[in-house]
Design a protein around this ligand. Sequence first.
Ligand code: 4JN
Length: 445
Amino acid sequence: RDDIDEVAEPPGVPPPPGSGRETQQLIDVNPPRGTRDFPPEDMRLRNWLFQQFREVSRILSFEEVDFPVLESEALFIRKAGEEITQQLYNFEDKGGRRVVLRPEITPSLARLVIKQGKSVSLPLKWFTIGQCWRYERMTRGRRREHYQWNMDIIGVSRVRAEAELVNAIVLLFERLGITSSDVGIRVSSRKVLQAVLQMYAIPERLFAEVCVIVDKLGKITKEEVEKELMSAGVTSEAVKGIVEVLSLTSLDKLEAVLGSDVEAIADLKKLFSLAEHYGYSQWITFDASVVRGLAYYTGIVFEAFDREGKLRAICGGGRYDQLLSTFGSDDIPACGFGFGDAVIVELLKEKGLLPDLGRQVDDIVFPLDEELEGQASMVASALRRKGHSVDLVEDKRLKWVFKHAERVNASRLILVGNSEWQRGMVRVKVLSTREEYETKIDELN
Ligand SMILES: Nc1ccc(Br)nc1
């Protein structure tokens, strides 16, 4: 059929004998292990998702910031045994510097806040969308990169900041068509665990490590968690106390165990009260087992989960009031969340909520005769100056052009023909209405 133009051999097919390229070894066309290409259809979905992230950030009046994917390794050296620091994509550069492909965004954000110092007035509300990396043995075949939307509020110690972050997350879900029947947000505070450790006189220096271990509940067996706690120096009595408290999902029961003067309870009560005012109470639920796996959280922590329990956490975050001071800065309160680009897409697929994102072109310009290609270029260029997306098509049969117009969902087909051109005209086909008319070239809008 002559309406199908010549196609190169599809990738992966060796060049035919006698082609003079037999010796050319086909390169591996796959991207590095654990990484993804984004061909046009996937890129349209990614751009759509990131546009939703940006729109919610704008609506919450956050400012966009950005950082290098490459960071000093020192920014991520922590001693709490987190998975994230055990899977650093780290190396030595040609200058002998220890660097990493960043595994998360928050430390870079903290670095920039400190660097900006007095030149910025608090509070700051910053967001970014950036690629994060981990070097995981491919045994589990998991990805080594993903994109994360991060929103952080710097300089607000009151729980209002966490309430604002949850507002953003709920807005995002609502924009995507996800309801509180599909997804919930588990909320707790690390001050719960802190209070329990104090009850059993467990040294404060074990706090971060204990949080990282406890976060494994649900991923490894309870026995393994208890074993790790004991080897970290937590007494068996304290382990029992931790497990008992972390199984609570009622604030009243928590109060009965910890007493009412615990800061965690006041914070959580405040958050649930604010939730009523924001109108998103149906999305959040207290669950003492939520601790999150990052060492630097110090207060309220939260994570969104699919209520069918099929997927990993959709997003998560919390308060990290000590992170900036561990980098040598004054104490500056902070909280934020990270929202990955992968689990949310799995959820949208599950719920049949993936948008139908076809191509969209305004005009296809096509010269009916070969010697009119210059004129066709003039028409295309004039339309592009007016902001039209124009696909200039040449050396194709008209039948192919009509099929192509359908494929790219073009609004109009502009045909440049000899007889019309002689009269200073072009022919326009409006593809949605089949309306057809001639128009003066300089009146083409
Ligand atoms: N932190 C992190 C980085 C990369 C991926 Br994939 N998952 C988590």
